[in-house]
Design a protein around this ligand. Structure first.
Ligand code: SF4
Length: 82
């Protein structure tokens, strides 16, 4: 199961909350927090958009919190076709 985590790089810009306020919320401490369990299918596109939009690359998807394999989705498709 995938989970969203917010890394220490978060500076509280609020872009993620603006992109999907059902999933992200900036707390009074000035950091984003995740409001959902896992990655809801109907929010996946917005979550990926928030990941791409985050200026500090603080949002990550991990496969399982107990696993050390982290799948970072930070740069669109990751392919540059020329
Ligand atoms: S967009 Fe990134 S830096 Fe801004 S609040 Fe969300 S996680 Fe933090």
């Amino acid at each position: 199961m995938e989970h969203i985590i917010i890394g220490p790089e978060c500076i509280g810009t609020g872009l993620c909350e603006f992109t999907d306020p059902d999933v992200f919320e900036v707390t009074d401490e000035g950091r984003s927090s995740v409001l959902v369990e896992g990655v809801p299918k109907d929010h996946r596109d917005k979550i990926e958009e928030a990941i791409r939009a985050c200026p500090t690359h603080a949002i990550r998807l991990i496969q399982d919190p107990s696993s050390r394999s982290i799948a970072e989705v930070t740069e669109g498709s990751g392919r540059d076709e020329r």
